[in-house]
Design a protein around this ligand. Structure first.
Ligand code: NAD
Length: 486
């Protein structure tokens, strides 16, 4: 297959019913490359009402046949699509890098996670059984898991393709039609999926991609014929989507939102291991990850030793920040000027809320780079300690007792990820149970697995992705009661 898109030939149409079509909405967006500010395109389309309606109409038409496609056939289609994602990852990654400022290694990781997600869910297709309850009372109860119909995924800019594996894969595996809306900041890889979708063998209308910003997301969220939104993004947008779902047709909603995840590091931990995980977990994606280790709590006995190593490791990360295309680069710029200004603002204001230990100023005079930054002894009520910054910025505090630090760890509106670093298995288990979060790492953090539920408590979200949870989230149970005494 000849892949038709590149940096000089961007995909600037929507992909519906297995065809590229111009959007009706005349509004266009402008995107720049964050590594040098150069113009990428001023013709990025935004799907409007008619465009969304058209995609939904095609999906509705495709659903009755797709839900009945034999499991072997559906499995084959998902597996083929997974192979194609890996085959074309470099070209897709090039399109993402234009506006995300990510590295080539990120492109490979993204395609690989998306492909593994497709394979994982494809494997479930002929194993996703229902349940039965015995007929001792005269009635046999059969519990069926049925697809919802037309579903949609609305996703952020920091992992444009990863979300294919997390959202499209379980949606399609369980027999739903799926409309994918990438972020307006990183739309090109998603918009370029059309040839791969066709080549994999998805029937027209089953898997469609719509470009657009929040206005397109709002049209999807309030659409009367969309039965589910699976959303990843900010808490503020998640709340709006939940409201739109409630005000329209009470569509099902999964929300994967933000975090301010604590790493609790005890005196008896392996310090190099704790440093490695906490540094990686705040610098991956230049800190633009939902489960970043953005609060670091260190017990007083090892505070100085840990901090010396932590500060040095963060300084070392600054040395591998730069042009994402250059060999050896691990950290790229912030995604765009708005994000850069936002993170810079936090750093500027943070200087009256804690002690700036390292980082802060931008790297060089070109591009939207922020150095890995640490604030120490921050006021626990301050903005920098409580709000999601979404950049390579951590806050650190020392603590003495387990009781004190668990109280502070859970004193947050978020609950996505938490980490505990200790060699004491009893303490680790006790603390893992005490964290009010959807995920806990013991001697690790900020990681996820396709077969284990991913998601947060409190304002970090509703529902779980990955594992069986994802398949259940894209289906509705139906109870069939059979009267055996009749
Ligand atoms: P965002 O909420 O601004 O945008 C996310 C998506 O929602 C985009 O596609 C956007 O177009 C769309 N959108 C915006 N307004 C909308 C509206 N009113 N109705 C419907 N859709 C709308 O988030 P972002 O800035 O792109 O991403 C950063 C956020 O995402 C951070 O808070 C981060 O923590 C979170 N995130 C969470 C996870 C997770 O799995 N928990 C993963 C990655 C990112």
């Amino acid at each position: 297959m000849e892949f038709p898109f590149s940096a000089s030939k961007l995909p600037l149409q929507m992909f519906v019913n297995n065809e590229y079509v111009d959007v009706e909405n005349p509004r266009k967006l402008t995107l720049y490359n964050p590594k040098d500010g150069s113009l990428v395109s001023d013709k990025v389309p935004v799907a409007g009402t008619e465009d969304v309606d058209l995609a939904v109409k095609y999906a509705q038409a495709a659903f009755p046949a797709w839900r009945k496609v034999a499991p072997a056939e559906r499995t084959k289609t998902l597996l083929k699509f997974a192979d194609l994602l890996e085959e074309y990852y470099e070209k897709l990654g090039e399109l993402t890098r234009l506006t995300l400022g990510s590295t080539p290694a990120f492109a490979q990781m993204e395609a690989s996670v998306a492909a593994q997600g497709l394979r994982y869910n494809a494997g479930w297709i002929d194993k996703f059984a229902g349940q039965t309850y015995p007929e001792a009372d005269g009635f046999l109860k059969i519990i069926r898991n049925e697809p919802l119909g037309v579903t949609a995924g609305i996703v952020p800019w920091n992992g444009p393709l990863v979300t294919i594996g997390l959202k499209a894969a379980p949606a399609l595996a369980t027999g739903n039609c799926f409309i994918f809306k990438p972020s307006e900041k990183t739309p090109f890889a998603a918009l370029a999926l059309g040839p791969l979708i066709k080549e994999a063998g998805f029937p027209p209308g089953v898997f469609q991609v719509l470009p657009g910003d929040g206005s397109t997301g709002a049209l999807l969220s309030s659409h009367m014929d969309i039965r589910k939104i699976s959303f990843t993004g900010s808490c503020a947008t998640g709340k709006k989507i939940l409201e739109m779902a409630a005000k329209s047709n009470l569509k099902r909603v999964t929300l994967e939102l933000g975090g301010k995840s604590p790493a609790v590091i005890f005196d008896d931990c392996n310090i190099p291991n704790a440093v490695k995980w906490t540094v990686d977990a705040i610098t991956a994606g230049s800190g633009q990850t939902c489960f970043a280790a953005s609060r670091v709590y260190v017990q007083e006995g090892i505070y100085q030793e840990f901090m010396t190593a932590y500060v040095q490791a963060m300084k070392d990360k600054a040395k591998v920040m730069g042009d994402p295309e250059a060999p050896g680069t691990e950290l790229g710029p912030m995604v765009d000027r708005a994000q850069y200004e936002r993170v810079s603002g936090f750093i500027q204001r943070g200087q009256s809320q804690g002690k700036l230990l390292v980082g802060g100023p931008r790297v060089g005079d070109k591009g939207l780079f922020i150095e890995p930054t640490i604030f120490a002894e921050t006021d626990p009520k301050s903005e920098i300690h409580t709000q999601e910054i979404f950049g390579p910025v951590s806050v650190v505090r020392r603590f003495s007792t387990e009781e004190e630090i668990m109280k502070l760890s859970n004193d947050t509106s978020f609950g996505l990820m938490a980490g505990v670093f200790t060699q004491d298995i009893n303490r680790a288990m006790r603390i893992a149970a005490e964290f009010d979060s959807g995920m806990v790492g013991v001697n690790c953090m900020s990681l996820s697995f396709l077969n284990a539920p991913f998601g947060g408590t409190k304002e970090s979200g509703i529902g779980r992705e990955c594992g069986l949870s994802a398949l259940l989230a894209f289906t509705e149970t139906k109870t069939v009661m059979v009267n055996l005494t009749y």
